[in-house]
Write a protein that binds this ligand. Structure first.
Ligand SMILES: [Zn+2]
Ligand SMILES: [Zn+2]
Length: 117
């Protein structure tokens, strides 16, 4: 799968049975629909406001919507059918915003190891 940001091939990284597509070139990552909820253990993450962004969904090549995720300040790109794109550092930020539980700290540490910073 190609990175929606810099068009390089992404790598699949597995964590807790969730496969995350990571771009080693720009440091962003793609989560398929429902994967973020699995990762942070939250089943109700609202989609951001429906403003069309510039990036294309790596699955259907349609323009993704952009906006802040849930109650956070983190801007994400979302395809309502396929999933969401997070720029470098945003996955960690989202995970941390889920609360400092043992689970999210482990995950944050893991991300730091895999994705750098
Ligand atoms: Zn990239
Ligand atoms: Zn799509």
């Amino acid at each position: 799968m190609r990175c929606p940001s810099c068009k390089q091939d992404m790598l699949a990284v597995e964590f807790k049975d969730v496969e995350v597509d990571y771009c080693p070139s720009c440091g962003g990552c793609w989560l398929d629909r429902g994967e973020l909820e699995l990762l942070i253990g939250n089943t109700a993450i609202p989609f951001p406001a429906k403003t069309k962004g510039r990036r294309l969904c790596p699955h259907c090549r349609k323009k993704m919507y952009t906006g802040p995720l849930s109650t956070t300040e983190i801007e994400v790109d979302v395809c309502p059918q396929h999933g969401l794109w997070l720029d470098q550092g945003e996955l960690q930020a989202v995970i941390q915003s889920g609360g400092p539980t043992a689970e999210t700290s482990t995950l944050a540490a893991y991300c730091k190891e895999v994705f750098g910073k």
